[in-house]
Write a protein that binds this ligand. Structure first.
Ligand SMILES: [Zn+2]
Length: 367
């Protein structure tokens, strides 16, 4: 057992007591020079207190009496460090919170300067790719639960909002996972996909930050082949890969979200509501859609699906993939979009993406 000299303050008077500190096996023991035990603190309850570098100053966690003990004995200090594994003597926590304040201030100043130089839209365009994936994950999780609440509005007769959980839906879930797995391997994303089918009748789909993809039941109902479902998924994977959801949220929610992102803190509920509305209700620009279409074509070709299936399905459902987009079929933009898809579709010989029984199961994924 290592012992060393120290000073003890009992917290009741300002008197210093010269003591002997024992790094005993179970607890730190503070003894008066006459041998009487003044305090015995379990290592797990030790709290490092700020002091100069050559002093180890300790208190006891949650101790109403502000007793503390100090030592300048390096061997004893090292032994206490070894025994008290939870003791944060290097001050990491304190430094972290200090860093956070600094980050806030820097973020505020930098943002104001950048907004002045570029304006908000151009700024978010530049910043979106720089957002760490870990931050996008947290944003995605917050937005995901909000979007579920927003979309879960139709009568579902006691069934869960998410399809694929009931016994008669599980085979469909497996077929979906097979399809998504193939797309995911071809896409080689940095972020794992979380794809679900939800009980909504619109022929639609949506991609959220953090790799969340919602495929609406209505879209599966309208699809006539696994390739058509895969093509829509591939289009949504394109939005995930291009981080379009994050970018559009950043644009809509502006700097308050930017601050939240820099600090990884989305607890301000208002921002999450704006974010969820943005991904569900607002339409992407034509360029963003074209980029996701072209991404979908490449991925479809890679998995040997029919790249033209996206155009075929768009044609059937009047061009409305994505919430907020309701373009009629005779609208020149949709016709141009389908023409562009077909013109750019790689020439490959498609192979079946699912077995016939898997496709049948997928069509029944919502019971
Ligand atoms: Zn899209």
């Amino acid at each position: 057992m290592i012992s060393g000299a120290g000073v003890y303050f009992d917290g009741k008077t300002s008197a210093r007591h010269d003591v002997l500190i024992d790094a005993a096996p179970g607890a730190l023991r503070v003894c008066a020079l006459d041998g009487s035990v003044l305090a015995e603190w379990p290592y797990a309850e030790l709290q490092g207190l700020s002091a100069s570098a050559d002093v180890l100053r300790l208190g006891r966690l949650n101790n109403p009496v502000l007793a503390r003990v100090e030592t300048r004995d390096p061997a004893l200090a090292a032994e206490i460090d070894r025994l008290a594994v939870t003791l944060d003597r290097s001050g990491t926590a304190e430094r972290r919170s200090r860093k956070k304040v600094v980050a806030w201030s820097v973020a505020a100043v930098v943002s104001l300067v950048l907004v002045g130089v570029f304006g908000v839209p151009a700024l978010t365009e530049r910043l979106a790719p720089l957002i760490p994936l870990s931050v996008e994950y947290r944003l995605g999780a917050a937005v995901d639960s909000q979007v579920r609440t927003m979309l879960d509005t139709s009568k579902r007769n006691g069934k869960s909002f998410e399809c694929g959980a009931a016994d008669d839906e599980k085979a469909g879930r497996l077929a979906l996972e097979k399809l998504v797995g193939r797309l995911e391997r071809a896409a080689n994303l940095q972020i794992p996909l979380k794809t679900i089918v939800v009980r909504r009748d619109e022929a639609n789909a949506v991609a959220l930050p953090g790799g969340h993809i919602y495929l609406f039941k209505g879209l599966i109902d309208k699809s006539k082949s696994p390739d058509e479902v895969a093509a829509v998924l591939a289009h949504e994977v394109g939005h995930v890969a291009h981080r379009d959801g994050t970018r559009s949220i950043l644009q809509a929610a502006g700097l308050s979200l930017l601050f939240g992102m820099l600090l990884g803190d989305f607890t301000g509920g208002g921002v999450v509501v704006i974010a969820a509305r943005t991904v569900v209700q607002s339409a992407y620009s034509r360029d963003v859609e074209a980029a996701a279409d072209s991404y979908a074509l490449q991925i479809m070709a890679k998995i040997k699906g029919d790249p033209r299936a996206l155009g075929t399905l768009l044609d059937r459902i009047a061009g409305a993939i994505e919430p907020g987009v309701k373009i009629l079929l005779d609208h020149p933009e949709t016709k141009a979009r389908i023409a562009a898809i077909n013109a750019a579709a790689p020439q490959i010989t498609p192979q079946p993406l699912l077995e016939p029984d898997e496709w049948a199961a997928l069509q029944r994924i919502c019971g």
